[in-house]
Design a protein. Structure first.
Length: 269
């Protein structure tokens, strides 16, 4: 026997939740999957004697949302020397500033970190990373004259052994074109990064689904950084990216400053 005799109440709540999530740009299919799980639990589970039906329903929604966002905090572990993190994503989502923020985050935790710029398309991408690197006293590698990113990586590869962590910034484009995908696949194959992080802006909207799928296919994403979370964007697109690639959100970039990086905690979020 269903404990929530009034399934109308459950449906109303789910409709409200669906509206909120879709307005926040969470992918529609994922919203319906989540709704289905909440409805099934709400109608099947007995309410524990200690709480009211309403509290139980709120609990179910909370638990399912936490599950949807990845359940537990997941950290980037620096277990071997050098550990390599490669950042991927489309242009304009904040990859380069995220690279510097991660560098500072691990430097603060006593790690010896360096950055390498493999974006050979965007004018002044190396300069931007050098300025950021200088501001946090972290060595930056790159070569403005070389137009092959893999050659740049190979040129400096021998120097990486003295670092605990190497952060690799790669090129983005305005769209997922074949060249970008081929380049990411080549770099991934050669560099063998320990972490492959997709950088997604909180304002990405519904377009995140195909992006996340393609980057995941190309290099098997291990985590996500959500940027621009300080704006009016609700971040549903980025959450969609996490659910699609089955990769946990590891950090939130919560502002412009180099220290504005937080470890993502699904329960708090």
């Amino acid at each position: 026997r269903a404990i929530f005799v009034d399934s109308k109440l459950v449906d109303e709540l789910i409709k409200d939740l669906q509206r909120a999530l879709i307005q926040a740009d969470v992918n529609v299919k994922l919203v319906f999957d989540l709704s289905k799980r909440i409805r099934e639990r709400a109608l099947d589970e007995k309410t524990p004697g200690t709480i009211s039906k309403k509290e139980h329903l709120i609990n179910i929604v909370y638990e399912e949302l936490v599950k949807f966002l990845g359940e537990a905090k997941t950290e980037i572990k620096i277990n071997k020397k050098p550990t390599k993190i490669m950042l991927v994503g489309l242009i304009g989502n904040g990859k380069t500033s995220s690279a510097a923020k991660i560098a500072k985050y691990f430097k603060n935790r006593g790690k010896k970190v360096c950055l390498i710029q493999l974006d050979v398309y965007r004018p002044s991408s190396l300069e931007q990373l050098q300025v950021l690197g200088e501001s946090i006293d972290i060595e930056v590698f790159g070569d403005e004259k070389e137009k092959n990113p893999l050659k740049i990586y190979k040129k400096f590869e021998k120097k990486f052994d003295k670092f605990d962590l190497v952060i690799v910034d790669t090129a983005g484009r305005h769209a997922l074109d074949k060249e970008l995908i081929k380049e990411i696949e080549e770099l991934n194959k050669y560099i063998k990064p320990d972490e492959r992080i997709l950088v997604i802006g909180a304002d990405i909207g519904q377009g995140s689904k195909e992006q996340a799928e393609q980057f995941h296919k190309s290099c098997n994403i291990t985590g996500i950084i959500v940027t621009k979370i300080d704006g009016t964007a609700k971040g549903g697109g980025a959450l969609t990216g996490a659910a699609i690639s089955n990769a946990p959100i590891k950090f939130l970039s919560v502002g412009e400053k180099i220290d504005d990086l937080e470890q993502f905690n699904p329960k708090g979020f």
